[in-house]
Design a protein around this ligand. Structure first.
Ligand code: ATP
Ligand code: MG
Length: 249
């Protein structure tokens, strides 16, 4: 087999030749699509709320897939962990209305920290807490603020988990997404986020041939090779949800 990381590569015998992508379900049609017209490059509180809601819907629709992936290289709880976390978030948010984006993400982060558990709970919890910190004091976020916010979120995940790209973790979808946000920042926000979600999908595919160096999957050594990372996959779902709620009208 030639050394290649190109999904859909046409070379005969290539490991990637017949890959069909990460086979995720679309979930229910997003119930809230916040139309962007004149506010094309701004990220607002309704969009942030819609992102969290649609993320929960996508996680629920793909829970079995996340669990299947975690059964192959972990302990089979990633789907249930994430569903439990996002259900707790929905319950929390239904009871109170956040005043701004920072307060919303802080609530999400605290709730995920206390309800998800496992390795991913503190990582996703810390990620949203950091998004909240980055958004503090701003009523709406400009595109550059959104990128800065995600750069902060990625930094926090890496500070807590000490994973680098290539270690076969959620960083393998989050880091390329953040890099794409930076590289594609000359576009409108909707296109930038779509590119970020596409980069995350490629990142998810890239985890398949990797040997895990962090988390429970690393205990498997070489046996972790050939499986898609569950955390990278759930992170892709979050980024897909973000792109879908911010799509241009
Ligand atoms: N150090 C880390 N840095 C970044 N992501 C990590 C790290 N460790 C694990 N992960 C991510 O977490 C995912 C697994 O999450 P899950 O909810 O299944 O927790 P877990 O591994 O079962 O935790 P525990 O072993 O504590 O039960 C992995 O697929 C990986 O993407
Ligand atoms: Mg697990």
């Amino acid at each position: 087999m030639h050394a290649c990381f190109t999904v859909g590569c046409v070379r005969r015998g290539c490991h990637w030749r017949k890959r069909r992508g990460s086979e995720l379900k679309a979930g229910p049609r997003p119930t809230i699509l916040v139309k962007q017209t004149d506010l094309m490059n701004e990220f607002t509180l309704p969009q942030a709320s819609a992102w969290i809601k649609v993320s929960g819907e996508l996680i629920a629709a793909n829970a079995a897939r996340l669990t299947e992936l975690d059964t192959a290289i972990g302990d089979g709880d990633h789907g249930t962990n994430m569903v439990r976390g996002f259900a707790a978030v929905q319950k929390k948010l239904a009871g109170q209305r956040a005043g701004d984006i920072a307060a919303l993400f802080k609530q999400v982060g605290m709730t995920l920290l206390s309800s998800v558990g496992g390795a991913s709970g503190p990582l996703y919890g810390g990620f949203f807490l950091e998004l909240g910190k980055q958004a503090a004091g701003k009523e709406t976020l400009r595109q550059s603020d959104v990128i800065q916010m995600f750069e902060g979120g990625l930094r926090d995940v890496q500070r807590r988990g000490k994973a680098e790209p290539g270690d076969k973790t959620m960083v393998d979808s989050l880091a390329p997404a953040v890099a794409a946000m930076r590289d594609e920042s000359n576009r409108d926000l909707s296109s930038t986020l779509k590119r970020a979600s596409e980069a995350a999908r490629v990142g998810v595919e890239s985890t398949i041939p990797l040997q895990a160096r962090k988390g429970r999957a690393s205990y498997l050594g070489e046996r972790s090779i050939g499986h898609q990372d569950p955390g990278a996959t759930s992170c892709l779902l979050l980024l897909q949800a973000l792109a879908s709620v911010c799509q241009a009208a």
